[in-house]
Design a protein around this ligand. Structure first.
Ligand code: UD1
Ligand code: CA
Length: 494
């Protein structure tokens, strides 16, 4: 297959999105839509130029993140969005940049068609090469072609030109074959035709699509691949189209993981982002969301209404219903929930257990340790086989600073304990229920910090008798003549 350079057009604002955010930054399955197009470009082309304009710094920082695994990208700026023809023009110098292999052909991609697949683009490149064309164009047939450029063919079915929706005659508007916005073009022809463009159209823009008519006028070969998979070709101009593409992408991702051996009881309600990885024989219950760069091992069970973002789960982990996990690490055979929240920096070592209404932040719970009920563990280092009683709170914040709590192996923390950080509890120590711990507890000590209990014999019935006496006195007071007169006046007033 021919070696090509790719040019991705991503400078526009996307007025039809009615958004403050540049269109290509809008997310599809958890990643900005431009990420998919650049990723595709990287898979098929030797070098990639991306044309940016609106919010270019933000787009650039996303594309240059090391985690993307992208090879170096040439970013060029289009300061005024004068149309797709003008956008590609900005790539001219970058395509000839020293150090880059100079390719004679360019693959041009719209930044707003994230569903396009490698296979389709490879077919396009192959057709371009086989037919020795100067331009090869990807088209598809849509039931509702509104908004797309129409492909106008001559009597012999040869392509004559592309007419944009806003410039089309009624007859042209009825055409259902549309331009997808994906082209392979011979480089010299490309830039010579771009020099010839004029913004004489309804939008006053330089249309890249006019290069087709220019090629036809110069009697150069224009070739076409008509794609039968319509959804792949969908461009995003509006929120409605974004919603459609989102659904298609989500279904594609679910299909991949179902194929790889993940069970989903209700795929339609299972949300999986592009960056997620799931091990074999993991079971996802209805309404589970796996977001960001979450990695899940084999044989895990994730029950309904749980949301995991940027988490790492080992093997055999169980996440019960209604849990929220963000930036947490949960090692093999550990379990969480129901109704638990693990915030960034939460680490559950092997076999650890976090139960209902427990919150962890920047806290490690050691191997086999348990925090089963109603607990907050923040900025804490907890060893192995520790039992954290119901209602334990690490008081990590004094209004000014965050402090650390250390709990060593084998400690037993009784229910309703407050650990005022910084504080540490030595190995094997026991903290009695209801304690407020303000000083370090040595290893093997029993710490107890609560007032001593007093039992008053017969006190309960004495208390009851006192209450009865007080009630009688109240009643008497209310029924006195003075009181009646007062309430009478009140009645009149109302
Ligand atoms: C474009 C095509 C149309 C095709 C459709 C497919 C042209 C003139 N029209 O129309 O034939 O059917 O795509 O989806 O090319 N962009 C820039 N700079 C600009 C203008 C646009 O970088 O000055 C970028 C946008 O960010 C976007 C892409 O080019 O990623 C396409 O622009 P858009 O305005 O969406 O073009 P369409 O009207 O959809
Ligand atoms: Ca578009």
């Amino acid at each position: 297959m021919k070696r090509v350079s790719a040019v991705v057009m991503a400078a526009g604002l996307g007025k039809r999105m009615h958004s403050k955010k540049a269109k290509v930054l809008h997310q599809v399955a958890g990643r900005p839509m431009v990420w998919y197009v650049v990723s595709l470009a990287q898979q098929v082309a030797d070098s990639t130029v991306v044309v940016l304009g609106h919010q270019s710094d933000e787009v650039r920082s996303i594309l240059e993140q090391r985690e993307t695994g992208f090879r170096p990208i040439n970013i060029v700026l289009q300061t005024k969005q004068l149309g797709t023809g003008d956008a590609v023009k900005q790539a001219r110098a970058a395509l000839r940049k020293r150090g880059n292999p100079v390719m004679n052909h360019c693959l041009i991609l719209n930044g707003d068609t994230p569903l396009l697949t490698k296979q389709t683009v490879c077919d396009l490149l192959q057709r371009h090469e086989a037919e020795k064309a100067v331009v090869t164009l990807l088209t598809t047939e849509l039931d509702n072609p509104q908004g797309y450029g129409r492909v106008v063919r001559g009597e012999g079915q040869q392509v004559l030109k592309i007419v944009e929706d806003s410039d089309a005659s009624t007859k042209e508007r009825a055409l259902r074959e549309v331009n997808v916005g994906t082209y392979v073009v011979e480089r010299k022809f490309l830039f010579s035709s771009l020099d010839q463009l004029e913004p004489k159209n309804a939008q006053g823009e330089y249309y890249l699509t006019d290069m087709i008519e220019i090629a036809v006028a110069r009697r150069l070969r224009v070739s076409v691949v008509k794609e039968s998979n319509v959804t792949e070709c969908l461009g995003i101009n509006t929120r409605e189209q974004l919603a459609v593409v989102e659904q298609v992408m989500r279904q594609r991702i679910r299909g991949k993981w179902l194929f790889e051996g993940v069970t989903m009881y209700d795929p339609a309600t299972t949300v999986i982002d592009e960056g997620v990885v799931i091990g074999r024989d993991t079971v996802l219950y209805p309404h589970v969301s796996l977001e960001g760069e979450t990695k899940i091992g084999e044989d895990c069970v994730i029950r309904s209404h749980s949301r995991l973002k940027d988490c790492v789960l080992g093997e055999g982990v169980v996440i019960e219903d209604c849990c929220v996990l963000d930036g947490a690490v949960v090692e093999d055979w550990a379990s969480v929930g129901p109704f638990a929240r693990l915030r960034p920096g939460a680490v559950l070592r092997k076999g650890a257990k976090v139960g209902n209404f427990v919150e962890l932040k920047n806290a490690e719970l050691g191997q086999g340790s348990k925090a089963n009920h109603l607990t907050y563990l923040g900025d804490a280092q907890i060893g192995q086989m520790v039992n954290i009683g119901a209602g334990t709170i690490t008081c990590n914040y004094d209004g000014f600073r965050k402090e650390k709590t250390v709990i060593e192996d084998g400690v037993f923390i009784g229910s309703d304990t407050q650990l005022i950080a910084p504080v540490s509890i030595g190995k094997g120590a026991v903290v009695a229920a209801g304690s407020t711990i303000t000083r370090d507890v040595p290893a093997d000590a029993l710490a107890l910090s609560r007032p001593e209990q007093v039992n008053r014999i017969g006190g309960a019935s004495r208390r009851q008798a006192l209450h009865a006496h007080q009630s009688r006195a109240e009643l008497k007071k209310k029924s006195s003549p003075k009181h009646e007169k007062k309430s009478g006046t009140l009645k009149k007033a109302t």
